[in-house]
Design a protein around this ligand. Structure first.
Ligand code: UT7
Length: 329
């Protein structure tokens, strides 16, 4: 057993000011508010300003999380950032956030797991902290998905939005308290499904960024099954039953997926946090943004068990079980 465990110190978020409603979209592509709301639950999404990049959104979310933890950039020695819409091919968006925050020690790097990016980043940071290699990490999910959408494709452009969420994770001596922090993580991927959800370009193939392409209804079916599997697996790994979980914070792709997964798992939807109506699918940012929203409105409290999950292109998918322990012990 490791000498260290991790603790969740805070969660923060940032949404760009500009809101794009379903009615706005109906003036861009052949769609209606009724279709989008009924098929997805989405009512609006936020869109980054022309001058805002993913690292700008990420920095704002990180500042919010630091402020909520009562910490400064000097307290951070690891930044792990999940994104599929980096500012540049290189350097990593994480190092740009490092520079914008004024962090000058430790390390910063990106994780590419598309919509599962936050779960994969959390797992990565947790491993480094538990190993004792770093002390305090910023785990960030940040996206400007609007930049890689095909705005003439109504089957995808209505689904996504921009935003960023961040979490401060801290190394603590193992067993103090025994059951706080990151309790278990389940990560999966299967490259055989790459053609169902992908960007049709990249630096080494087309030498362009490409646009997001998705076989929506096939992704939907995989999402329900694979998410349900990983939720069961992470709970089993941690030795807790789903009844003991206080809150489920899913990736916010489609309200129908949230409902179908809850039904599949026999979980009361009152325990499922949904921000899909207000945020749409913000890819790697969706889980921390939903978590931040439910902490802010007083639903998720210190000491509660929270199960997060996501699925994205690759496919990548996974789940993480955490116990909120934000108060200083
Ligand atoms: O973040 C990664 C994970 N991503 C997801 O989990 C997304 C998963 N997929 C979905 O959420 C759903 O499949 C969608 C919301 C993308 C689509 O819903 P659906 O119920 O699977 O619809 P569909 O793709 O089977 O399309 C049904 C109809 C089609 O028309 P026809 O062929 O029946 O005449 C589409 O052309 O709906 C049409 N349609 C639209 N109509 C109005 C597709 N998009 C739109 C639209 N407005 N925006």
């Amino acid at each position: 057993m490791s000498a260290y465990a991790t603790r969740v110190r805070s969660v923060g978020g940032y949404l760009p000011a500009k809101v794009l409603t379903n009615a706005d979209l109906s003036r861009i592509v052949s769609t209606t508010d009724e279709w989008i709301a009924e098929r997805t639950g989405i009512r609006q999404r936020h869109i980054a300003a022309d001058c805002e990049t993913t690292s700008d959104l990420a920095t704002r979310a990180a500042e919010d999380a630091l402020q909520r933890a009562g910490l400064t950039a000097d307290d951070i020695d690891l930044i792990v950032l999940g994104t599929t819409t980096p500012d540049f091919t290189f350097p990593s968006t994480a190092t740009m956030v490092q520079q914008k925050l004024g962090v000058t020690r430790g390390a910063a790097f990106d994780v590419q797991a598309v919509c599962s990016g936050f779960i994969f980043s959390l797992a990565t940071a947790d491993n480094f902290l538990v190993r004792g290699q770093f002390e305090r990490a910023l785990v960030i999910g940040a996206e400007t998905l609007s930049r890689i959408l095909d705005w003439s494709d109504r089957s995808t452009c209505v689904l996504f939005g921009d935003g960023a969420g961040a979490m401060v994770l801290e190394r603590t001596p193992a067993g103090k308290p025994a059951d706080a922090g990151v309790l278990a993580v389940e990560l999966r991927s299967d490259g055989r499904f790459r053609d169902l959800l992908f960007a049709d370009g990249g630096p080494s193939s087309t030498r362009t960024t490409g646009k997001l392409r998705m076989a929506g209804n096939q992704v939907f079916k995989h999402a329900v099954l694979k998410i349900s599997e990983s939720v069961r697996a992470v709970a089993e790994r941690a030795g807790v039953s789903l009844d003991e979980v206080d809150w489920f914070v899913p990736h916010q792709a489609n309200q129908r997926i949230l409902t179908a997964v809850a039904r599949e798992l026999g979980v009361d939807e009152a325990r499922v946090v949904s921000t899909v109506a207000q945020h749409g699918n913000t890819s790697a940012a969706s889980v921390p943004l939903a978590l931040a929203a439910a902490i802010d409105d007083g639903r998720i409290k210190d000491g509660e068990l929270v199960l997060m999950e996501a699925i994205g292109g690759g496919f990548t998918w996974g789940a993480a079980l955490i116990r909120m322990g934000m108060k200083q012990s």
